[in-house]
Write a protein that binds this ligand. Sequence first.
Ligand code: MRU
Length: 348
Amino acid sequence: MREPRTLYWKGGSLYLLDQRLLPHRERYVRCRGYRDVARAIREMIVRGAPAIGVAAAYGVVLACKSSGSKKTGLETRVMEAAEEIKSTRPTAVNLFWAVDRMVRLAKEAKERGLDVYETLLHEANRMAEADIEANRRIGEYGKGLVPDGATVMTYCNAGGLATVGYGTAIGVIRAAFEEGKKILVLVPETRPKLQGARLTAYELKRIGIPYKIITDNMAAMLMSRGEVSCIVVGADRVLARTGHVVNKIGTLGLAISAKYFGVPFYVAAPLSSFDFEKRPEDVKIEERDEREVLTFAGKSIAPNGSKAVNLAFDITPPDLVSAVITEYGVYEPSGLMMLEKYAPLDTE
Ligand code: MRU
């Protein structure tokens, strides 16, 4: 079955597949200006670290376009857009990496007398292509870790929808499947936004990889019964200095259970999701609206007036991570700084 594109650029606008409506409706949202992109990221029309990064890059292109051919004010406009886009979601590092890169390029292009809009658009297109290429390479490096006949657990959605295409964790599973391995994927539903049940299941169904959805609280029991061969998840931010992995809330619990029951726990992430500076205590963990927890499929599930905690991400320490799969190979969490030399574009 055809795979829908997470995002595409056409006629001077960015189109984003509205992930809030999946799996039941496939509708694209047209972003004509950078504010549309900022709103789309905030409201999770587009989500998943690499997809957020590339959408944000196109957002900066749009900011530049709306300043017209007049050169005056362009820099201010790009800076304003960059700040607004960066304020949308604090945890996935790809957002900051992509926007900072675009701002720097805009300044350079202006200094060199180049067409800023064309330069930025070219770069955003390049980032989009590079993301798919990185994911394919992650798949190639990671597929050997998935045995034939494996039951693989993933988490949240780290597939084509969380990237420009192919996926990171799902890319690994997919590459193993495309090699002819028999695989069953266990898909935790991933409360409260249900990225697993809605998005990962949708993708796996389209690709044709067998899967079963589980509630999040079944994971440890399945591991205890020896029914999970390995776990592969994505990352919103890999802290290369310490080897900690920031990912969807619930990842930490899976990693603790995996360690206890001897299940290999792999993280698949491109270098655009790496942070070579920060330590765990410096990472801002997004806290979202409590209504996401207090409702299910739009219906209230708790007594009126209940309060809720809604942390969107957690941090898994390196001793729980068996390996990190990147587009440059498979690394131990203690050896991630070796990758700094490949860092595509450093953040400010
Ligand atoms: O809140 P989301 O849906 O943006 O969170 C997504 C995740 O946590 C993914 O696991 C992560 O971004 C990796 S995507 C390849």
